[in-house]
Write a protein that binds this ligand. Structure first.
Ligand code: GLN
Ligand code: ZN
Length: 757
């Protein structure tokens, strides 16, 4: 059995590409210097893979920004507005990626979207009626020859024709179906060029095949590949899928003359059954994705071996593969000096996963695989109980019953009691939580972390910020205040650091988009709350004012979605553990006089399964109850708010209502307010604060503009349910635009109040 991977991380183990690119953007280094860094990183990656004994090494998995954008450039699908700037090739590319504002013009970047169910984002290609798709770029060929010069015949990796068309935005009247001929022709040319260059395999990535597919989709897929494969020359084509199973097109896929098919046995729930029930064509190579490309835990060799043993009789040649590109995991554990060996031995980052593939190859080649030292060592590791077990937490989760997820009395009764208690005016005004964070705030946090200032000094500094923030909000005339979140750099990391069971890495960066990386914390063991996490700040903030100050927490689903989760227990169980910890905090806040508590679920929608049929059973059925667990214990008069970043929840609107919060705020200013129709149509009972202005832009919205937005909202939402707030936290904004924006917001609400008396 041979081994391969779908792709390797490209940002650099020390984020070299990020830093070089950012220097280049600032004009601090030349394009030659940036290219030099990129080349060096590619060489290092090649060397690592070669030394790890990987049989088939990918190329063209490198990108200066994003692989979808690379494909758009390759296929002549870059909108004219970028080409018209008359910039160099590289700068035109970056203009599409990041937008351009300078002497040559002013253009916005292409839209960016989440890449399937990962935290990576891709650039959305735009295809207009006059876009002429044809092969114009040379990057895949250049990188193939570069690797060849370095002594490795690689497997070039390109986004496949179907996924490229499915993920593109069609700007005119033409649709994907209208581009089949020319797209197929471009891919044929790509394959011929690689034949000429003497490549053996070309990998075409088609993750869109794991989504729900209707008949039109299937026709598009089959139509494209009948053409492409009918004229591909001698090159071997690998159809690579990932992030799930291909249940809707398995037979079509087996019937097409691909030379290899890559299937995901990790995330693909039905992959193994598809292969066992339908068989797998013996004339194709099965690239079996058995090493998880998305998570950081060691592979369980016993489980992997079981899969291999099951499928081996059904297929011909098997190549051992990762389940998806390693882009989604950090580089290497070698960078983690602070983690103990006891912890590290359970982890495998990208480089270590190469080691696992090599071991698995060796194990499966042995006539007695379970007797190999590699297998035995792995079994021993898997059987070890990790240090993070906490029986008390297990018991608490096991003892949960329906009543723990049910808040009483029911919504409308609470609503009355709360109206009575708070006596807020019509259209109450509030913000989402964070206020602008100055360099001084960030520096003080980091000084405290480093031990450069004492806890007393730190607390005093933070309290002063809180006091100023409360004063500002009172002056502005907001009705429900916040403490400002100055103690947090990130809404998940902060809680991760306060909770027992989390582990933090030093260098485990993962690309989020372009030069942006995130460092997700790791759910290591059972999660519990050692001590109150926010009570000190909220209590102090409340002591500064007679108006209610919202307690501010992050919800269990968002905390989990932005972490590396455990694999030894279910997501449901981890979510419930986190929910219990947050619940304790909620009750502590309440006991300390906090009357309104906001539990943010910014990322709730993000991890919805790719297939609609899995939404409930695989996700919402635990995510929504986990949220309810957080707040079901509070008194009826305590008001629970939640916040979500995207209003793209039309299709799960009843589940959002089922979260049973008293108030929800969400982003609505950039969307066309269609969400309001959905709220109305579904008789949404939770009170709502659709954001009245976009905080992602430094623009100050006028009072009139805000009033217009509110009037539109009032057409659809009963006046007594409408809140007035910005669409997200103000952390990344400056004070200069925040103050006038909020002034206008408060005045707009006041004027509307008078009109509605
Ligand atoms: N309360 C958080 C803030 O205001 C919410 C952040 C978010 O929605 N991403 O910053
Ligand atoms: Zn938000």
């Amino acid at each position: 059995m041979k081994t391969t991977i779908i792709g390797y991380p490209r940002i650099g183990s020390q984020r070299e590409l990020k830093f070089a690119s950012e220097k280049y953007f600032k004009g601090e280094i030349s394009s030659e210097e940036l290219q030099e860094t990129a080349k060096k990183l590619r060489y290092e990656n090649l060397e690592i893979q070669r030394k790890s004994d990987l049989d088939i090494i990918p190329s063209n998995d490198f990108s200066f920004y994003d692989g979808m954008l690379d494909t758009a450039v390759l296929l002549n699908a870059l909108p004219e507005r970028y080409l018209d700037l008359g910039l160099s090739e590289l700068d035109t590319y970056f203009a599409a990626a990041r937008g351009y504002q300078g002497e040559k013009g002013d253009v916005k970047a292409l839209a960016m979207k989440k890449w399937f169910n990962t935290n990576y984002h891709y650039m959305v290609p735009e295809i207009g009626d006059d876009t002429a798709i044809r092969l114009v770029g040379s990057k895949p060929f250049d990188l193939f020859s570069e690797a060849l010069q370095n002594g490795v015949k690689t497997k070039p990796v390109i986004i496949g024709a179907y996924t490229f068309l499915k993920l593109s935005r069609f700007m005119g009247t033409k649709k994907a179906e209208d581009f089949v001929e020319e797209t197929a022709a471009a891919y044929i040319e790509i394959l011929w060029k690689f034949s000429e260059a003497n490549a053996e395999w070309v990998q075409l990535d088609e993750p869109c095949l794991v989504m729900d597919m209707n008949e039109t989709d299937k026709r598009l897929f089959v139509g494209l590949y009948e053409k492409i494969l009918g004229n591909k020359g001698s090159i071997k084509v690998l159809l690579q899928t990932y992030f799930g199973d291909v249940r809707d097109c398995y037979n079509e896929l087996c019937g097409l003359p691909f030379d290899g098919v890559g299937l995901d046995f990790v995330e693909g729930k039905q992959t193994i059954d598809l292969v066992l029930k339908n068989g797998f064509p013996k004339d194709k190579v099965l690239f079996a994705g058995i090493v998880n490309g998305k998570n950081i835990w060691r592979n369980n060799y016993e489980k992997t071996l079981e899969i291999i043993e099951k499928i081996i009789s059904k297929c011909g040649e098997i190549v051992l593969n990762t389940s998806c590109s390693l882009l989604h995991v950090p580089y290497t554990l070698e960078n983690e000096a602070k983690l103990t060996e006891d912890v590290k031995k359970h982890f495998a980052f990208a480089k270590e996963k190469l080691g696992e593939l090599a071991e698995l190859k060796k194990i499966s080649a042995s006539h007695d695989p379970r007797e190999t030292p590699e297998f035995k060592a792995n079994s021993a590791l898997m059987n070890e109980t990790r240090s993070g077990e906490n029986a008390a937490v297990h018991n608490r989760v096991n003892e949960l019953s329906e009543k723990d997820h049910t808040r009483l009395p029911e919504f409308s009764e609470r609503e009355k009691m709360q109206k009575n208690r708070f006596k807020l005016p019509l259209f109450p005004t509030t913000t989402i939580g964070s206020f602008p964070q100055t360099a001084e705030v960030r520096m003080t946090r980091s000084d405290f972390k480093k031990g450069a200032i004492s806890e007393e000094q730190y607390d005093e500094f933070m309290k002063n910020r809180i006091k100023d923030c409360i004063e500002l909000q009172e002056k502005l005339g907001l009705d429900v205040l916040v403490h400002g979140e100055f103690e947090r750099n990130d809404m998940v990391e902060y809680f991760g650091e306060c909770l027992d069971g989390y582990i933090f890495t030093e260098k485990a960066w993962v690309q989020s988009y372009g030069t942006r990386c995130v460092k997700p914390p790791v759910v290591w063991g059972d999660i519990s709350r050692a001590k109150p996490m926010t009570v000190k700040w909220s209590k102090y903030a409340q002591s500064c004012t007679d108006k209610p100050v919202k307690g501010m927490l992050t919800g269990p689903v968002t905390i989990l979605n932005w972490s590396f989760p455990r694999e030894d227990i279910s997501l449901r169980e981890s979510a419930l553990q986190i929910a219990l910890a947050i619940r304790d905090e909620v009750l502590d806040l309440e006991a300390n006089g906090i009357s309104i508590i906001q539990v943010d679920e910014a990322a709730l929608r993000e991890k919805l399964p790719l297939r609609k049929s899995d939404w409930k059973s695989d996700y919402l059925d635990w995510a929504i109850p986990a949220f309810r667990l957080v707040h079901s214990g509070v008194k009826p008069e305590t008001q629970i708010h939640t916040h979500m970043c995207y209003s793209e929840f039309a299709d799960i609107i009843t589940d959002i209502d089922d979260m049973d919060a008293d108030v929800i705020t969400f982003e609505a200013s950039r969307s066309d307010l269609t969400i309001l129709d959905v709220l109305k149509a579904n008789d949404f009972r939770t009170e709502v604060g659709p954001g009245v202005y976009d905080i992602h832009s430094p623009r100050v919205p006028s009072k009139e503009e805000i009033k217009t937005a509110l009037r539109k909202m009032l057409d659809k939402i009963p006046a007594e349910k409408l809140w007035v707030n910005p669409d997200c936290g103000l952390k990344t904004r400056g004070k200069a635009e925040t103050v006038p924006s909020l002034e206008n917001l408060v005045n707009a609400a006041k004027e509307l109040r008078n009109e509605n008396k």
